[in-house]
Design a protein around this ligand. Structure first.
Ligand SMILES: Nc1ncnc2c1ncn2[C@@H]1O[C@H](COP(=O)(O)OP(=O)(O)OP(=O)(O)O)[C@@H](O)[C@H]1O
Length: 475
């Protein structure tokens, strides 16, 4: 049996205010990896049942995200209700995701209160100073909470000072701090500030601080990355074909937009795809534009070898033997014909292969040499048992992306016309607009809950109140 680390606990509070008759979980509920705890009226979906008529089918959710074993888990609560939730006597705005602190009290009006108790605490409270970052940049405050780290920098939780609307909670942001070469205008920040799309990370502000650090303030995406979402013990677990479709459809939306703007991401991989909540049918956001290329003014081809070998198209020119590069840092220029935006579609093919089967198509023995050699041959093994329950349309989609001949590979527009996507286009559009964007994007930031107005006439847990079951899509 897999040992589950408990990151935090939800403890029911017995008080006059938390009316015990209306909630049936009196024991503390542990918060563990890959488990979203749902509170609400729907007994099929919720872990904590709350029976009061003012409570929504799923009223709120609580989960924990841990970037890696060395980092402190982040626990979040998200309001999914009509009538709202209160954290420490302050209402969350509708749809808001809030980063929980030890001893925070979550109250579902008329139905009960829970104390959040953290189990793994922040050890170094001076982490920001230790890392050499400023804790205050202009009107932003940077906390010691690390949401992720990469080759170029750390990503921490930040808040905007003075943005507090009376009685509401501050919005949490993320800040990526990168070491910059002096006098270099950072391309990542410049590209991101140009972009505006629901499936691309939104940047609010960038600052060049002291010690050549660049600070990129952006939305905090609270559901973790796709790699952590799929990682179960020591392997990656596939998702259902329906869930894969919803993920791929959103990445395609982002790629079509990016490529229409002349931007090529060049480092698409599971780690750079973020989820708003760690559950199916959530909004997907592309992040890490650290090696993206803006071709909008030149429309030329690219010649620099960049990316991550496991996801990298063969024409980009990774070589197993590093001595073959004139100079190798993270990017090297070699003699070749160059490549274009279709390199992102190859990476999408690798991602689709992994999320449908749990296996990486060209992984071989895991060494960089074997990955590069296998990708250059482009052999796919659809007879592997992991493909047995996947539809032929899905296999064909993956094959058309992992196509060595670039002229035969789907581009980000034509990919929408492939039968796997086209057959489900109507349902995908409905899920995308009605569920994903409507619930999660462009919501009014602050709305005071009006309990009486929205209390339903009767307690009705009718199927209509249950979110659309994804399995209804016929493959
Ligand atoms: N806006 C965000 N909200 C939440 N988590 C984030 C955000 N941006 C990045 N992360 C987390 O931080 C990790 C590292 O961020 P990012 O990929 O941007 O850094 P990097 O140094 O460019 O990494 P790489 O080594 O992949 O190039 C991501 O994998 C993700 O888990």
């Amino acid at each position: 049996m897999e040992f589950k680390t408990v990151f935090g606990i939800l403890e029911p509070i017995s008080s006059e205010e938390g009316n015990q008759e209306n909630h049936n979980v009196l024991a503390a509920v542990p918060i563990t990896k890959n488990k979203v705890i749902k509170l609400g009226r729907n007994d099929r979906e919720c872990d904590i049942l709350l029976r009061h008529p003012s409570v929504s089918s799923v009223h709120c959710m609580v989960w924990a995200i841990r970037f890696d074993d060395d980092s402190v888990p982040m626990c979040y609560v998200k309001d999914c209700s009509l009538n709202g939730i209160v954290v420490n006597d302050r209402a969350l705005s509708r749809g808001q995701t809030y980063l929980l602190e030890d001893s925070d009290i979550i109250t579902i009006p008329n139905a009960g209160s829970y104390r959040f108790v953290t189990k793994i605490k922040l050890l170094a409270s001076h982490l920001v100073e230790q890392l050499g970052f400023q804790s205050n940049v202009d009107n932003w405050h940077i906390t010691s909470k690390v949401v992720g780290s990469g080759t170029f920098g750390h990503v921490l939780v930040a808040n905007q000072k003075g943005s507090l609307v009376e009685d509401s909670h501050p919005i949490n942001y993320a800040v990526k701090v990168i070491k910059m070469k002096p006098n270099r205008l950072d391309k990542e920040a410049k590209i991101l500030l140009k972009l505006s799309h629901p499936n691309i990370i939104k940047v609010h502000k960038t600052y060049a601080g002291v010690k050549d650090n660049l600070y990129i303030f952006q939305d905090l995406i609270a559901g973790g990355d796709l790699f952590s979402y799929l990682a179960k013990s020591d392997c990656l677990s596939p998702v259902s074909e329906t869930e894969a479709l919803v993920i791929i459809y959103q990445i395609l939306q982002a790629l079509r937009y990016l490529h229409s703007q002349g931007i090529v991401h060049r480092d698409l991989k599971l780690d750079n795809i973020l989820l708003c909540t760690p559950e199916p049918c959530t909004r997907i956001v592309l992040a890490d534009f650290g090696i993206a290329k803006d071709l909008s003014s030149s429309r030329s081809r690219m010649h620099t070898v960049v990316g991550t070998p496991e996801y990298c198209a063969p024409e980009v020119g990774f070589k197993a033997n590093r001595a073959a590069y004139k100079e190798f840092s993270r990017a090297a220029t070699i003699e070749q014909h160059g490549y274009d935006a279709k390199c992102d579609l190859w990476s999408l093919g690798v991602i689709a292969h992994i999320i449908l089967t749990g296996i990486s198509p060209f992984y071989g023995d895991g060494s960089e040499t074997s990955i590069i050699r296998n990708a250059k041959m482009g052999n796919l093994n659809f007879s592997a048992k992991q493909w047995s329950s996947v539809s032929d349309n899905a296999k064909s989609f993956v094959r058309r992306l992992l196509e060595i001949d670039v002229s035969k590979r789907l581009d980000s527009k034509v990919a929408f016309t492939h039968l796997w996507i086209a057959k489900h286009r109507g349902q995908l559009e409905r899920i995308y607009h009605k569920k994903i964007l409507h619930c999660d994007y462009s919501l009014p930031r602050v709305e005071k809950p009006n309990w009486k107005r929205k209390v339903p006439q009767s307690i009705n847990v009718a199927p209509a109140a249950v979110p659309r079951k994804l399995s209804m899509i016929d493959m």
